[in-house]
Design a protein around this ligand. Structure first.
Ligand code: HEM
Length: 158
């Protein structure tokens, strides 16, 4: 069982990182030509972003559920993890990133109405720039999470 959950944990983590990278590339493809309307956001790119963000959300949810199950049932026990600074850092960063990612998710979800009507949604350039910065931050956070994961698994930084 522990092997299955370790596998699921890694699968969800790799999916999450891939979706994040795809979002980053897609956001970079949007040319904000018009300062007020955000013209340049095409239907295919907007659609891909909405789908990729849904995959990212699903992967993050699975990661959280599977991660918590590993903490409580399958690895070193919750007492060990909740007394590990490395785990607490990893967990706190994960929650902070999840909360921050609400901003891009809300924006992408707001595009669905226009996309259903076959139109390119309009997004404000400042919003797109903010989302780009957030995605950058999320990628940096993943690097720190990976470092914390390696440390906590080996009993370091307690
Ligand atoms: C982006 C999010 C995450 C990434 C990239 C990630 C990545 C990893 C990696 C690579 C390992 C293997 C470490 C090693 O054996 O060297 C690991 C282990 C683990 N992770 Fe995560 N993880 C994430 C989120 C979470 C969350 C949210 C939880 C719990 C709430 C969690 C709980 C665990 C546990 C319990 C282990 C086993 C550690 C051990 O062997 O003692 N992870 N994680």
């Amino acid at each position: 069982m522990s092997t299955l959950f370790a596998f699921l944990h890694h699968l969800a983590a790799f999916t999450l990182v891939s979706a994040l990278a795809i979002e980053f590339v897609l956001i970079g493809q949007i040319q904000t030509k018009d300062a007020t309307t955000g013209e340049g956001l095409s239907v295919p790119v907007a659609k891909r972003l909405v789908i990729t963000d849904a995959v990212l959300g699903a992967a993050a949810t699975i990661l959280l559920v599977v991660g918590l199950l590993r903490v409580v049932f399958f690895e070193k026990g919750s007492d060990y993890y909740f007394h590990s600074h490395a785990f607490m850092a990893k967990f706190s960063i994960f929650i902070a990133v999840a909360l921050l990612s609400i901003i891009p998710t809300r924006e992408f979800l707001s595009w669905r109405k226009a996309l259903k009507a076959g139109q390119a949604p309009s997004a404000r350039p400042e919003k797109l720039r903010l989302i780009k910065k957030l995605l950058h931050g999320e990628m940096l956070a993943i690097v720190i999470i990976l470092l914390c994961a390696a440390i906590m698994a080996r009993g370091g930084w307690v």
